[in-house]
Design a protein around this ligand. Sequence first.
Ligand code: B4P
Length: 189
Amino acid sequence: MRLVLLGAPGSGKGTQAARLKSDLGVPHISTGDMLRAAVKAGTPVGLKAKAVMDAGKLVSDDILLAMLEERLAQADAKAGFILDGYPRNLAQAAALDDLLARIGKPLSAVVKLDVPNETIIGRCEIRFAAEHRKDDNPEVVRDRLKVYAEQTAPVADFYAQRGKLQVVDGVGALDEVTARVKRALAAAA
Ligand code: B4P
């Protein structure tokens, strides 16, 4: 299974990917987690990414593609992957298509978690209070939603035009949302 999870920041991509990975027997690859680990470790990528992430903007496409290529080349990704947070704009979607075509492994499915902005703002407020992630600050969340609407929302159309997109309601108990994603994957198979 080579799955892309799409959705606005805070729509639950990371949460659902973590629940699906053992079922699907593939790793959860989160570009947000990879960038946060690079920031924490103070690597050259992390140093470049920190201010951009704290402001809720997108880190450069070159950095992301290099990071992703390296990750997909690792042994555990041979069986497939759940990609969470990538692609985030049309250039990244085209780069991913090229990369997967080169290795002869196209995507199996693309699932978008649909969650209204008010719900997202509420979820990020709760996480901000608990974890103090700078990009969960309510003002930054509004900026991230703007970046999402302008740059990431067209990625869903990109996959819809290729007949790959399944849209799932991302509001509800975690188990309910997981069950909806599984049903969407079964329908896509
Ligand atoms: P991400 O790490 O991808 O953003 P996220 O907010 O964690 O989104 P996610 O949808 O995974 O939400 P989660 O499950 O955690 O990106 C962070 C930043 O990294 C970006 O802004 C950007 O700067 C950079 N970046 C990453 N990828 C990039 C790329 N490809 N190109 C350029 N830049 C990139 O859920 C959020 C909260 O909601 C959690 O607290 C969770 O507990 C809660 N929740 C989830 N599901 C729920 C439910 N059903 N009900 C109630 N609460 C729920």
